[in-house]
Ligand binder design. Structure first.
Ligand code: ZN
Length: 462
């Protein structure tokens, strides 16, 4: 049963390398030049003469949605059976005219607290470009909201969910065709290779970069393509050998089981990029990668009670090997499997860094130990473990909140370098690249008319 479940996931991950075509299908799209600016009326944005129609524009029926004013809400009829209602106060607060919303900084200018609670439009009108709303005021005020934006943000009822990241879970068979980009692609100035690279990280939780010059300088430059390097007690960009320069087992020649780093941070490091620069006079030191989300999916299917315990019992952690640092934040007392809105979003697992377990009920102690035993068995199964012998020239970047890493013991001299990059910095970079290479439907619909400083004022993230 487990084997079957596992192999079907693997098949979907590895079948003919099809995921690669999927991941880069948008990469070749030309970007849309966005040179809109404020019109003289100061209320609308002039349409860019350079704007090109795109293939993915939102399809509208020839008839516009209907609009009418209710006691507390504006009611839009998308068709004869589908309606959305927007509170008057909500619409007024979300006006994006240049008086109410700074088109360059994308920040609210309207003073929300000066809007009368009982505000009500004097008139609404369905226009091709969107819903036009006229507000009572000593100075007349008109707002316009694009249809695609209203549909996306409909909350009464909710109509559209933000797209979920497309994740491909993998096991040991990923070795047949692991996600890889070349150093040339990653560094290319048009950023299409960077988009491909970060899209792989988004889907698989890791990616190799081949052909990297085996120097700390080139590796640091590669790291900074993604974002700021996150400084920790191990330094900014690190470059180390097994000399126990820092009080952590990473600085030894010992084998390290699959783990995530910095479990003892409130916000564990997002990405880790590392590069083996040199290994001479010895053997061993193979790199281990395990997809924590894949293993969690098997645990959930086969041992739901264990999954529940790993998702709820807080696990305190610490880093205390350096005399001048003591990390043991209460806020890090999150479970091994962290969820948001029912979705697994983070795996935090390093049994070596675990502190005293005391935030659980007495009757949970034995079941919890049974649960981590099961988790450990799945993590270390040959079906889950992806072993790879790295050599100078191939760097790897790992999503430290999803993919666990480890290594086998070694002898000889092994020099590693690398960096951490914050999760928010990485996600920001990926979001910017998506705007360029794979824009969302609302951005596509509004970019030509409402872009200021290269970003639509109606971008769904705002
Ligand atoms: Zn306004």
């Amino acid at each position: 049963m487990r084997r079957h479940a596992a192999s079907s996931l693997l098949n979907s991950a590895c079948r003919g390398g099809a995921y690669k075509a999927l991941a880069i299908s948008h990469a070749a799209r030309p970007s849309i030049p966005l040179v809109a600016r404020l019109s003289t009326s100061g209320r609308r944005f002039s349409e860019s003469p350079l704007a090109q129609p795109t293939n993915h524009e939102i399809q509208r029926s020839p008839e516009l949605p209907s609009s009418r004013i209710d006691d507390k809400k504006v009611v839009l009829g998308w068709d004869t059976t589908t309606y959305s209602r927007f509170h008057h106060i909500w619409l007024r607060d979300h006006c994006r005219c240049p008086h109410c919303f700074h088109p360059h900084t994308k920040q609210r200018l309207v003073n929300t607290f000066e809007i009368p609670p009982e505000i009500k439009p004097t008139h609404v009108e369905s226009k091709p470009e969107g819903l036009e709303v006229h507000w009572p005021s000593s100075q007349p005020h008109t707002s316009i909201y694009p249809w695609s934006w209203l549909r996306y943000n409909s909350y009464d009822p909710p109509m559209m969910q933000p797209p979920k990241p497309e994740r491909i879970l993998w096991g040991s068979k990923i070795l047949q065709d692991p996600p890889t980009v070349t150093h040339e692609e990653a560094m290319a100035s048009d950023d299409s290779g960077l988009f491909k690279w970060l899209s792989y990280v988004d889907k698989f939780g890791f990616c190799f970069i081949s052909g990297v010059p085996a120097t700390p300088e080139a590796t640091e430059e590669l790291s900074r393509r993604i974002g700021f390097i996150r400084e920790t007690q191990y330094g900014t960009f690190w470059d180390f050998t097994s000399d126990l320069a820092k009080g952590d087992t990473a600085y030894t020649t010992l084998a390290l089981g699959a783990h995530t780093d910095t479990t003892y941070f409130t916000d564990p490091c997002g990405l880790q990029l590392f590069h083996l620069l040199e290994h001479t006079g010895g053997t061993g030191g193979a790199t281990l990668l395990v997809d924590g989300f894949y293993v969690a999916s098997i645990l959930k299917e086969l041992h739901p009670e264990a999954y529940e315990l790993l998702s709820t019992v807080p696990v305190p952690t610490h880093a205390a090997g350096e005399a001048d640092a003591l990390f043991a934040p209460n806020t890090a007392n999150t479970p091994v499997l962290k969820h948001e809105a029912g979705e697994l979003v983070q795996v935090r697992w390093n049994n070596d860094d675990r502190s005293v377990l005391r935030d659980l009920r007495p009757d949970q102690v034995e079941p919890w130990y049974d649960a981590i035993r099961t988790w450990y068995k799945l993590l270390t199964s040959p079906d889950s473990e992806y072993w790879v012998q790295l050599s100078p020239g191939t760097a790897v970047v790992v999503d430290n909140q999803r993919v666990l890493h480890g290594r086998s013991a070694f002898d000889g001299k092994r020099r590693m370098c690398g960096a951490y990059i914050g999760m928010d910095e990485y996600r920001s970079k990926l979001a910017v690249l998506k705007e360029k290479f794979a824009p969302d439907p609302v951005t596509q619909d509004t970019a030509a008319t409402s872009s200021v400083n290269g970003r639509s004022i109606w971008h769904p993230a705002l």
